[in-house]
Design a protein around this ligand. Sequence first.
Ligand code: C2O
Ligand code: CU
Ligand code: CU
Length: 434
Amino acid sequence: TAGGVDSYEVTQRAARVEILPGTRTTIWGYEGVFPGPTIVSRRGRRTVVRHHNALPVPTVVHLHGGRTPAEHDGYPTDTVAPGGSREYRYPVEQRAATLWYHDHRLDFTGPQVWRGLAGFHLVHDDEEDALPLPRGDRDVPLMVADRSFGADGALAYPALDPSLTGMPGVRAEFMSGVLGDCILVNGAPWPTMEVSAVRYRFRLLNASNARRYELALDPPPPDGRAFVQVGGDQGLLPAPIGHDTLRIAQAERFDVVVDFSRYSVGQRVTLVNRLGSGGTARVMRFVVARRGHDDSHVPERLAEYRPLGVSEAVRRREFTFRRGGPEHHGVTPWTVDGHLFDPDRMAAEPELGTVELWRLHAQNVPHPVHVHLAPFQVRNADRYSRGWKDTVDLSSGDAVEVLLRFDGYRGRYVFHCHNLEHEDMMMMANFRVR
Ligand code: C2O
Ligand code: CU
Ligand code: CU
């Protein structure tokens, strides 16, 4: 029913959990679990999440991909103090999509997400409900994240490790961000999932701080494409796209259907990462445990979609993400257009209800660029970046043009590199919708 409210209460707290068999790991989790509880919203019904901070540090909650009023978007300095609480109100006037929520504290997003502050937030709507896609226990969100552990099971976060940096509180510069050597899926290392020989819908999220993946199935299915993509960051694609492999950068989502009827009962199928080696070359395993009845399928048309035209853009802007710019306390800064993040500096002031064309440029190393509030379409998109998106990966030296729609709310928002260590080194800027 439209117009109602869904309410959630979430306590952010430390917990000791078993991640690696036989050891205990202290995490910081929403409700003390990692991933946090999945929040489920319905388009047209408001969702209110009351967060209590029972952690020893300030926190900020951001709904990634949310069309959220600025005061509830989780601005990096809009913190909840230890012992405090606040309500985040989401109008949910947006299409069905796989969103996620995570910490966004200025300077400390990397370590706080690394310790576990991330969870799914799914939005459903009628358009999605009408499709014959797999549902129920065959619609499975998979949060992929790499981590490193000490011998005692403790999470190791080297960028703030005083034995590496030489000084407590000093951040070591990690050019490529912090990478782990263990792959967790929904918080478990290299898990195995029993499946029936039918279609499954997997909502893949790369929640890693800094790792990119190229996912494939091993063995590949005998008759073609491993994955049929039905959605991206901001919901359903207009039509499905078949992929042999999926390239997924930090914070991106791929909503895919995998048909296990192409395998025989008893077969093991590994989800592998072509960009990894050793332990990071494997992600998880499926075991085709039984036959099953399948009345799902992937239709040729999935959702309404109107490609934006360049002529709709009322402004053109350009932003370069690079390591470089005036030195800051003797350190080379990580910048957007030569500027470190400054809450008072506006990089852009788009007008509410307009479309703009932004040319995004990456230097030194790859940068996955994420824009809050405004969904975008990538111009001349490759097969991995079709549909409405909120994050786009740029290789070093690359430039992409995106058409953004500034809709919904006025106010101050951020856009930034979603390599969380780059973000914490201040590779972030503001825009204000006026
Ligand atoms: Cu997923 Cu500004 O973040
Ligand atoms: Cu975001
Ligand atoms: Cu970056």
